[in-house]
Design a protein around this ligand. Sequence first.
Ligand SMILES: *Cc1c(COP(=O)(O)O)cnc(C)c1O
Length: 359
Amino acid sequence: MRVYNFSAGPAVLPEEVLKEAADEMLDYNGTGMSVMEMSHRSKAYDDIIKTAEKDIRDLMNIPDNYKVLFLQGGASQQFAAVPMNLMKNKKAAYIITGQWAKKAYQEAQIYGEAVAVASSADKTFSYIPDCSDLDIPEDADYVYICENNTIYGTKFPALPNTKGKTLVADVSSCFLSEPVDVTKYGVIYGGVQKNVGPAGVVIAIIREDLITDDVLPGTPTMLKWKTQADNDSLYNTPPCYGIYICGKVFKWIKKMGGLEAMKAHNEKKAKILYDFLDQSKLFKGTVRPEDRSLMNVPFVTGNEELDAKFVKEAKAAGLENLKGHRTVGGMRASIYNAMPIEGVEKLVEFMKKFEEENG
Ligand SMILES: *Cc1c(COP(=O)(O)O)cnc(C)c1O
């Protein structure tokens, strides 16, 4: 029996996609082999990766002057690749809205001067700082954000004013959750294991003029975006199976009506949970309302023992992985694209019952 899986990542995938993959496990499309077993240079695989690229381009309306790269190494690998590829002046501005942004900022310090131009650390990253008029260095190569903060449950309500600098965004936990205007960014990248597919694949959408040979000395061949772009993400063996599943998820999103429909679906789910939290006497959301994420919803009872009891009893009721991140405690419900509305309804029903019994 499948459970309602509220994991922050790796996370729930559409059941339809999993079933299709299961059907094709032994014989993909008449090839007599699994996608896991075929050459990444074969015709069958070429179709898979090309179709995946085409579908994500359609979904996100990605302009022709942006490359789509399928990479390995997790989102964390890009914490280094970003400065290696972009730090011409060896300076960049970072907005620190949580642990992932902080890690990227710390990594960038290895390669140049990373300047923290804003932070919400003063209130445990429970809000997004005002980014309308930041003190961005004249010679900064880029401005970096983590757009949706998986651990703390915040999302930028508006993109920062970068004062003309290139915007780089880690969108791991909000990838394909709603429409985006790609032209506002220089680089959009994310690990796919939150909202798009299996761990091990990173998708990077990069404006072409930012893909050059002019990278920091010592940049490994594999981390130079140009290497990957020149070879259509097939410089070496890519994470073939993971990309294949991502491709299926793109098709699923298209079938569901695209990113506008995803946004409506996600807003509906998030509203059910936030509305409950806002009137509950026991549970409390931890994020400033205007900065709330549609994807990750942290909440607490204010009593650690009660939190632990909740997580345990929820699990017994088929609602899994509701424990908050180890650095913040409490609970967190991740309600990505593939979480059905019934999952959120069941969760709220369970919270009501728990409140009656323990309030
Ligand atoms: C999970 C996550 C990461 C780390 O991803 P890895 O693929 O494990 O490196 C980075 N950024 C954000 C926003 C995340 O949610």
